[in-house]
Every structure is written in structure tokens, then in C-alpha cells.
Write a protein that binds this ligand. Sequence first.
Ligand SMILES: NC(=O)N[C@@H](CC(=O)O)C(=O)O
Ligand SMILES: [Zn+2]
Ligand SMILES: [Zn+2]
Length: 428
Amino acid sequence: MSLWIINGNVWNETSGNLESKHIRIENGVIEAVLDGSQTADTGSAEVIDAQGKLVSPGFIDMHVHLRDPGFEYKEDIATGTRSAAKGGFTTIACMPNTRPVTDTAETVRYIKSKAEQVGVVKVLPYASITKNELGRELTDFASLKEAGAIGFTDDGVGVQNAQMMKNAMALAQSMDMPIIAHCEDDTLVEGAWASEGAFSRKHGLKGIPNESEAIHVGRDVLLAEATGVHYHVCHVSTEQSVRLIRLAKQIGVRVTAEVCPHHLLLSDEDIPGLDDANWKMNPPLRTPRDVQAVIEALEDGTIDMVVTDHAPHSAEEKARGVQLAPFGIVGFETAFPLLYTKFVRTGKWTLGFLLQRMTADPARVFRLPTGRLEQGAPADITIVDLANERAVDPSTFASKSNNTPFGGWKLSGWPVTTIVDGAIVWSE
Ligand SMILES: NC(=O)N[C@@H](CC(=O)O)C(=O)O
Ligand SMILES: [Zn+2]
Ligand SMILES: [Zn+2]
């Protein structure tokens, strides 16, 4: 099986430019990256002419919710991986807040085998830290690792008990596995859904304070220092968390972190009112000052990568009223166009910087063999039309859900072809 992608524009980090290249793929592996001035001897191979388009390593998303098993009315592995592919993602890591919670080897194996059968991108499952994510008893890390879990997390809730977290970290460290943390202190949140800020004050709502996140970050970097574990912070959203992660990195703690497009682009002051639950997510949209802090943290490497936290919920659930609706927004199909349009087209970031934070950096942090366009690497490739501008239309999403606050935004940078191990899995 051979495939050529000819005349595509590939980012060259050394020159800081896009350069025309031909890529030859054999049996799922990149066999050669040739200069675009050379003639591509394509013979009988399948050929994609990427003239005028960006050719990038496939995007990697280390924080997603596929809702399978148990919440297939929101999403399943077939639709979730198609939505990912449509957004240009070729590897995704799925969170264990399924039903049952991914806390046994059996459920990890179910996700892996279903992903192999019906999934179109690579699916890396996380397992939970505690049984049923209840924070009471550790799961069987050894059997979960053996079944194929790539890390441990109770995403959806914070691990409230410090001793429990310390035990989890010590055990994970002993088997060379990372702990991935949703940082949230329940006692500081209690029923609130919006950040403490202009929006909550205007509407007389109890606010979620920034310390509810940062207090866990602070606790956990100390525990990571004590145990030596690789500790990864989920969806960083506050200035205070950034400060703690920056300090921890400076003193050599093995801490890494991620941020979502919505926390880079929206603040609580953008929330239009109380009747659209598509602005409700966890962590909540914080103040403009926090938005500035997470942008700077991504820029200086304090935050290592972008993730979507793709969190599909049904229209019916999101229509229950903002107090009762579940937290979360979908993310796959808008992530790259949002960041490309708002940060690269505006001249704030280079294209190479954005690509790195969505490919090479997650691959480095989680030791994945992908994230680069080099001879010998798996042929996970995304082709993007950087020019065409179009409005976000949630009714066209490949996801089962369309809970997004970005409907109607005019964006460019739309992925047009997604290739996994040399096979075309999505094409516009
Ligand atoms: N981010 C969210 O708002 N929701 C996530 C849970 C989580 O990521 O904490 C979900 O599972 O819906
Ligand atoms: Zn979370
Ligand atoms: Zn999540």
C-alpha cells in the first residue's frame, strides 16, 4: 500500500516558514519527505495533491470524553473518533468517567477493542485512580496498565483526600505511569457553576473561586515532588495554578499541564446570560486576567499542550436550565480553526508554535511515537485548508452532540483530510 501527498506546505521550524514537500508513505509509515522542487515519482501509488494546503503531523488530544461505555446517547467510540478525525486529530486519550467507570481491566479492554473495530483514529484509554471515581479506594493499577491504560485520572472530579492522592502517585511512580489530575476542591465549589467574577456578581450567583483549582495544584505538586511521579494537570484555567506550575517546573518537579481552547479564548464576561448552558463547563470560564495568564503560560512552556476536553452532552440535558445542565462542551471540530484564526492569523503566534503544542509537545510528554513528519514515523497526517473561511455550524458536527458556545464564529483553518497509519480516515 503506497500513498503520496504531493505539493503540500510543511512547517519548517528551522526556517520558520512553510515549505513545499512531497511525502511518500508505505505500509502506514512515512518513507520519505522530499523537497517540493523534486519530481515525485508516484508510479501506481495513490496520490493526494495538497497544493496550497498545510500538511501537518496529525493532531494529538490527550483529554477527551468518548462516553462509551454507558452514555452512548451523548457520544460513542464510532462517532467520537469520527468527530476527532474531522477536527484533524489522529490520536486521542479518553477519560474514564464512563458507566461503568473505566476502573477495571475489562472496561479498558472493551474500549481498546471497540476502538480497533469501529474507531477511525488511535484511542488511548485512561483508567480511574479510584474505584468508581468515588475517592475511597484505589483501583488495581497493575492490571489496568497491563490491559492498556496509559495513565490514571479521576477526571470529572478532584481526588479530595491528600493521602489517597499521595498513595496513587507513589504507586503510579513505581510502575512508571503518570497521574493526570482534575484539580477541584469540592468544599470551595459547592453548587456554584460560574467563576467568581463580573458575571457571577452581575447575576447574584455564588461564584467558583480560583483557589478551588489552585489549591489542588499546590497540594499535588508537593506530593509529586515527594513521590517523583509524572504529574499532569488537566485543563488549567487560573492565574494561581499557572504560578504554582511555573514554580514547580523551576525547581525540577516532574509536572506537565494542558489548556483548552475555550480557556484561551473566552472569559466569564463573554457569557451572554443565564439561558444558554453551552457556556457552562468545568473549570468555568474565568476572568480576563486568568485568560491572559494561561495564554502566557502556554507561550512560555509552563503549559505544555492544548487539549479539547471534548465533553459531549445531549441537547435535552443542556436544555434543563443552566443550574441543572451538566458541565462541558464539545471541542474536536473547532479546536484548530479557533486557535489558528484567533492566534496565528492575528500574528500573535507562529503556525509552528500552534502545531507544536498540538502535536510534538503532547507526544513528548506522553512518550508517543507520533507528532512528527519524519522518515520512519507512523503516517498520521492532517491536511488543512488555511484559506477558506466559514462559520461554525454545530448542526454539521460529526459528533452526536453539538454543545458549543462557538456556533456562528467565522473561522479559517479547517482540516480537509485526516490520515491514520497511511489510511485516509476523513476527507471533506
Ligand atoms: N469538562 C467538563 O465540563 N465536563 C467533563 C468532565 C471534566 O472534564 O471534568 C465531562 O465529563 O462532561
Ligand atoms: Zn476535568
Ligand atoms: Zn474532561
